[in-house]
Design a protein around this ligand. Sequence first.
Ligand SMILES: Cc1ncc(COP(=O)(O)O)c(C=O)c1O
Length: 476
Amino acid sequence: MVVARRAAAPPDLAHRSAPSQAAVEALPGGRRATRTAASPIGASSRAAAARATSAPPTLSPFPLTGTALAAAEPPRFRAAVAPLRRRVDAAPAALPTVDAVVRAERPEEPLHCLRPAALAAAARAFVAAFPGDTLYAVKCNPEPRVLRALWAGGVRQFDCASPAEVAVVRHLFGEAAGIRYMHPVKTRAAIREAYASHGVRVFAFDSADELAKLVAETGGDALGLVVRLAVKGGGSYDLSGKFGARPADAVELLRAARPHARTLGVSFHVGSQCLDPAAYAAAVALAGEVIRAAGVPVEVLDVGGGFPASYPDIVPPALEHFMTVIGEAHRGLEIPGLALWAEPGRALVAGGASVVVQVALRRDGALFINDGVYGALSDAGAPGFRFPCRLIPGDGREVDARTGGFELFGPTCDSADRMKGPFVLPACVREGDWLEIGQLGAYGAALRTAFNGFDRARLVDVCDDPMLATPGYPPN
Ligand SMILES: Cc1ncc(COP(=O)(O)O)c(C=O)c1O
């Protein structure tokens, strides 16, 4: 999912000067967060601390500033890049539309437009359709407002893959959240922190060495232990190239783990954006063979993520179709007491966010915009994803029907900051116009970097539907 080159964040700067999200939300008098409020570049840590001291108890995963806060608000988290700043004058009952926000604010930085109702609706649809536990894959979009919207939609379990993700979920939802640490390779420190500080009891692994680490660091008693199995993928992104035990090894791992497990399971990931429900059936069948060969009781079959979302020219099979195939394959195993889990990411959140960018320059069919592959548009770079795109004219002019295919260039100096698309837009697009780029809730904001200093962005909640509907997921 991650592009080849990702700039490391300047952690000191980010840590020192970015106020907490709650602090930004809590600016007195409904004042809007200003350009200097939260960026690590040029922000005043003293001003940020002053604002933060008037904030209510925060649920933020973002770094706090100021010594008073440091004492008051453990644990502390470090954002990789400047956190997305909130509109603080908009906590209304009725959310605005994207067009209304753009008209009113004329944003000169990328504007992330979150659709809480759509996020909750997608979660509700998946939770209702899946015949087991739905674990949201936090890596896909760890933004607290996204997590809260999914919670509102009925998600209570979370697939976490780092101590920071675990901490965010615990911080937001307390003990009510079920946290399962599904990354098959963890540092000892990460295992200790998840187990001892956050009460995590369920861990994935795909090797005997990792199992030994889990046992050593936790005492190895009454754990949930899930063997990640490598499967032949059906997704646009293969996720078995790096992780997953071969079937014969998975058999041995199940036997070795059984004495330490209250709950023993097998998981797989068919690859992200999987358009072929049959890939799940094949993987379920393989997992069944492994479970039978192990000859020990196994309580969980985790079918992972991979559930697709719509993109231009890609309309996936409906959610119900995936569920029917998975349900039949599961029943076909005839293994009594085998519960199902799933770890959806993309399908729950892709439609739930768009980003409004501004055109800085047009050169024939190339548009230079203020966000790119080092920002929220990573998947539009080397992976070549196309996203739905629409024009919001900068001067309110009438736009005629003629369209063209455009290539986009991001703001950094790297030639790799290029998104071939083509992105279909009115032929008259020009400097100063805005583009709303949709379906960016998944692996969009989550992959932002601070490369070249282009890390400013803001976040607003809007009432719009997703820019593309995904079959089986109602818009809101
Ligand atoms: C272990 C695991 N589970 C779930 C997911 C979510 O996958 P998707 O977004 O394709 O649903 C991922 C994505 O990388 C993953 O690595």
